[in-house]
Design a protein around this ligand. Structure first.
Ligand code: ZN
Length: 529
């Protein structure tokens, strides 16, 4: 166990190191020189200094799509310099390899010729005819073509095998490369990023595309899974839906950031990533400890999570430079706690129930203390596999390699992995919600007036599936499905706009409810004893 912990901590340390350093490229003299000379040539307004001054370079203006994504002449120079230096380094290494290989092969060919001559020399020395044997004197011998060939004083070295030749080439190449600085022989990072090919102005096209795919999953979950298939009577319906909304914002931020890395896009991405992690943790805490909305424990948990996120953002904003180490540590810690909570819930449900009771007592919360929504074996197995993958997916970043074809790097792969993972995770949550209702009858009942009021913020589902219907029928007390009054809206505008107006109305009501809830939670945290 201790060994595991040590390895785990080592792994995290390595992860942090890899994520934070690595701007060898932009710190190099070569890059600075390239950038300044490019800017001098293409970004300055040249005026001839004299009649003989012919140093003017008139560059082409940037295409509209680059300007649209915020590229400037200077950043364009940086982009081209990274690729120029990388190309030169790769070409240099290729040239060294080719030169060494040709040299070793030429040596081998020479060796073959010498060995053949030695063989002929031995044959000539064994010639019985003395005249022929001594025809070329002491320093030469008579070859098979009738010409005199120079005599070898000693036998030449034996021929090398293919593996010996390969090893010799590798050793010589390594010796030559050891003399070069890193930037001259390898692809290095610039401003913490690998050089990637720009596609239509997108700085990290694959990461941007995969972020967009993640966004599509969130939209699907928001529009379909948690809107139409998540039963109204499930107590955490609003929590799940809010989490998906935050995740959608985070993936918008990620798409924007990978499209163009600027001061504000970076902060937008980092802050929303932290928000989605905190929201995921809050959602997990609510589900694992079955915390009902509008209960004291719910308010305290919400206050703690919102407060922690606000403090995190304020701390990062207070520094002029982004504190990448701190940000990564916090995000990693929240992710690990989230995953550990779920794995403990799957493996030690009784212990988690005890923790729940203890938490409720601490928060003086006696609502639904009897509820025990424990996972079924099938759900348990899926959860364990999911959590394992959730641990493995970020570890993809550990294999921080230069992008394949200058497009696909480890970060893009990570974003690619989260597409199916989020999809599966949301389906798992949905199935779990149905099990909570059908098997454990963990639902909002009419006695819990505050919780019912909370649920009324939503429209009834248009297409409830069979499980949802079963869940509703399994309620201890029959529930009236809340109906949004749209008549007043309908009277005021054309009928084809009514559905949109209803949605806006619903959204504003949800927003108002959540704002009230957050303000209430913060007030509880800062004002109440
Ligand atoms: Zn990213």
């Amino acid at each position: 166990m201790r060994k595991f912990l040590r390895n785990f901590i080592g792994l995290i340390a390595l992860f942090l190191t890899l994520s934070v350093n690595a701007s060898v490229g932009d710190r190099s003299y070569k890059f600075a020189l390239c950038r300044s000379s490019c800017a001098q040539d293409t970004c300055r307004n040249h005026r001839p200094l004299s009649i003989t001054d012919d140093t003017i370079v008139i560059p082409d203006p940037l295409p509209w799509y680059l300007i649209m994504f915020g590229w400037t002449c200077e950043s364009n120079c940086e982009y081209h310099c990274t690729h120029r230096i990388t190309n030169e380094a790769l070409k240099r290494v290729q040239d060294i390899k080719m030169r060494v290989t040709n040299g070793v092969k030429a040596e081998q060919r020479e060796l073959i010729l010498l060995n053949e001559r030695w063989k002929l020399q031995l044959e000539a020395d064994l010639e019985k005819d003395v005249r022929l044997r001594e025809a070329c004197g002491a320093l030469e011998f008579l070859g098979p073509s009738g010409k005199c060939l120079p005599r070898l004083a000693s036998p030449p070295p034996g021929l090398k095998t293919d593996s010996e030749i390969r090893r010799q080439i590798e050793a010589e190449v390594a010796r030559e490369l050891a003399l070069l600085p890193v930037i001259d022989k390898r692809t290095v990072q610039y401003f913490g990023k690998w050089p990637q090919l720009r596609v239509l102005g997108m700085q990290e096209p694959m990461s941007a595309v995969f972020s967009f795919m993640n966004l599509c999953v969130q939209i699907y979950a928001m529009k379909k899974l948690f809107r139409e298939r998540l039963p109204l009577s499930f107590p955490l319906r609003n929590v799940y839906r809010s989490h998906v909304m935050i995740a959608a914002v985070a993936w918008i931020a990620s798409t924007v950031f990978h499209t163009r890395d600027l001061w504000w896009t970076e902060r937008f991405d980092y802050f929303s990533a932290a928000a989605v992690l905190m929201s995921g943790l809050f959602m997990s805490l609510c589900r694992i400890f079955q915390v009902l909305p509008r209960t004291p424990l719910f308010s305290r948990l919400l206050s703690a999570c919102v407060g922690a996120w606000v403090l995190h953002v304020l701390y990062l904003l207070s520094n002029r430079r982004m504190d990448y180490t701190y940000n990564m540590t916090v995000c990693l810690a929240v992710g690990v706690i989230h995953n550990l909570l779920w794995i403990m819930y799957a493996r030690m449900p009784r212990m988690m129930q005890q923790v729940r009771v203890m938490l409720m007592r601490l928060a003086h919360d006696h609502s639904h203390a009897h509820s025990k929504a424990i996972l079924s074996p099938k759900q348990c197995r899926s959860l364990e596999l999911l959590v394992l993958l959730m641990f493995v997916a970020p570890a993809l970043e550990l294999f921080d390699f230069p992008p394949l074809f200058r497009l696909l790097d480890a970060h893009a792969l990570w974003h690619c992995a989260t597409v199916p993972l989020s999809w599966w995770w949301y389906h798992w949550l949905l199935e779990d919600a149905h099990e909570c209702l059908v098997t454990h009858a963990w639902c909002i009942d009419q006695h819990d007036t505050t919780a019912t009021e909370f649920d009324e913020l939503h429209t009834p589902t248009l297409q409830s599936d069979a499980k949802s219907a079963a869940a509703t029928s399994a309620l201890p007390v029959s529930m009236q499905q809340p109906i949004v009054d749209t008549t007043s809206i309908g009277q005021m505008m054309p009928s084809h706009l009514t559905p949109y107006a209803t949605r806006v109305h619903e959204f504003l009501r949800s927003l108002r409810g959540w704002t009230r809830n957050i303000v209430h939670s913060l007030r509880t945290m800062f004002i109440s004893p």
